[in-house]
Design a protein around this ligand. Sequence first.
Ligand code: ZN
Length: 277
Amino acid sequence: MLWPLAAILGLCLGSFLNVVIVRLPVMLMLGWRAEAREALELPEEASPRFNLLVPRSLCPQCETPIAWHDNLPVIGWLKRRGRCAACESRISPQYPLVELAGAGLALAVVALYGATWQGLFLYTACLALLALAVIDLRTQLLPDIATLPLLWAGLLYQLLFQPLMLHDAVIGAMAGYLALWSVYWLFKLVTGREGMGYGDFKLLAALGAWLGWQYLPLVLILSAGVGAIVGVVVQLALPRLRGAPMPFGPYLAMAGWIALLVGEPLMAFYLRLSGLQ
Ligand SMILES: [Zn+2]
């Protein structure tokens, strides 16, 4: 019973995550715009209500509301073959992919931790990383409103489930931030360009809190490895994307999943490999 339940719940949460991924950056932009107008003493703009619940799901092209049976996770997209029911314009494969990822992560957590509170915490972190990765891919933003709560939640996780790790987690959060902050400034001083954003520092700080400082080298190696593989694949398969800015957040998020879910065996392997143990 647990497995199908986890899969269905994962699909639905993935579906909700799609809404967050698409709307959160727009909500932030609208907020920043309103603040900027206020600072410049410009009159307020009248804008229609826009949040995670309002308006309901619309086709991004023709703005026809999407019927509930076309909005079912994965099935709705497959049924319409990735096209809008009204205007036939293409609907991004991001939607079913995020839903499948939500289900896949739910199954992985259930397999490794069962239906436990600890598993639920880890699953929440995995979903937050999924949302951050896709938001970064779409907009090159890693919003504070997601990275900072993820950091606090990591410290709370340690406090509740592994209080002996709290020390390592606090150091992990600080070291994670400082590690990429240093790389950023070094890169900027040498090349005069910005290699990554402040969101990346906060994301690695959050991973440091969830994993402890000992895992930071592993996370960086994993994200560089995944990044290198994706880079080569893009070079070979998608020449039109060559030279496009490549956000670092999705690689950090993927490395975060791996470290959160199978970090312990991987760490043992890594230490043996580097001759440290
Ligand atoms: Zn449409």
